[in-house]
Design a protein around this ligand. Structure first.
Ligand SMILES: Cc1ncc(COP(=O)(O)O)c(C=O)c1O
Length: 283
């Protein structure tokens, strides 16, 4: 049985409840963040909590905890679940109960849900995966709000077509990010990733740091029509790490196999996360 933190208490997962009157339930107004552990050490916890704070600021949600307080609760929540080899950590800050059902009153609730890390299919990484594109834009894309209607909708479309992810394309035909991933593309020795109009992924920022000396970086938007000119494409996310993309809609990327440079980035990231986990006592 997993133990969650809900509004001041550590509690068994099936006793963890939230008021039906909370405006996260009623209106999808709330924020969340998600991270995983390496060797039981939460990866870039402070950065994830800083992003939670920024997500809240962007939508006008007041948090009643500091970054340090939330980090401390996350560490304690991991400690309450010693039966996990590695954990998925979901931090949720709700909108709270509002008398009129719509106006936030700054009384949101903090929840930290620690569950066993699930292992994704090995073939995603060895053979590469297919994605689709969807013409859709997230509202306030820099905020990881609890309104993921577009993601739930688009992922169902992706799964129907045998794809693992859907990539948002906006009204200007810019290819922005996946429903829960960031997008990178190689054109020759240049790696391109959108600079804004998406969620600033923590995995993305770590990858950028690891590869900045190795490849030429271009932080710019990618046009839908330009996708076919790309030599390699990959997506990044905390739970998925780095997944090579070998097909977008009906278009096969290059020779339809994970590219050499993508595999190099995957190896750099794996070495980095392994070393991060080994420095567990430092966290
Ligand atoms: C919309 C969106 N973009 C990108 C990402 C990747 O971010 P991270 O690498 O911090 O997991 C996520 C994560 O869930 C996301 O929801």
């Amino acid at each position: 049985m997993d133990i969650y933190y809900i509004d001041g208490q550590f509690i068994e997962e099936d006793k963890a409840t939230l008021s039906a009157k909370d405006i996260t339930v009623l209106r999808g107004f709330g924020v969340f963040d998600f991270l995983i552990t390496y060797n039981k050490r939460p990866f870039y916890l402070e950065a994830h909590v800083a992003r939670l704070e920024n997500s809240a600021k962007k939508i006008g949600l007041t948090l009643r905890h500091t970054n340090a307080e939330i980090c401390d609760i996350v560490h304690r929540a991991i400690g309450k679940n010693p039966h996990h080899d590695e954990s998925n950590i979901r931090i949720v800050y709700t909108g709270g109960i509002s008398p009129d059902g719509v106006t936030p009153r700054g009384n949101g609730k903090l929840m930290v849900m620690v569950t066993p890390k699930y292992v994704l299919p090995e073939w995603w990484y060895t053979d590469g995966a297919a994605v689709i594109t969807v013409e859709m834009e997230r509202f306030i894309p820099e905020s990881k709000s609890t309104n993921y209607l577009s993601a739930v909708f688009a992922q169902q479309e992706a799964h129907k077509k045998g794809a693992i992810e859907a990539i948002y394309v906006d009204r200007e035909n810019r290819v922005l990010e996946g429903t829960t991933t960031n997008l990178f593309a190689f054109k020759g020795n240049t790696v391109i990733t959108p600079p804004d109009a998406m969620l600033p992924g923590i995995t993305r920022s770590v990858v950028l740091e690891l590869i900045k000396e190795k490849f030429t970086l271009e932080m710019r938007h990618i046009d839908m029509a330009e996708l076919k000119e790309m030599d390699e494409i990959f997506i990044t996310a905390s739970n998925k790490e780095i997944v090579p993309v070998i097909k977008i809609n009906d278009m096969v990327v290059a020779d339809g196999k994970p590219g050499k440079k993508t595999r190099q980035v995957m190896a750099l990231f794996r070495d980095y996360t392994t070393a991060y986990g080994q420095q567990r006592k430092a966290s």
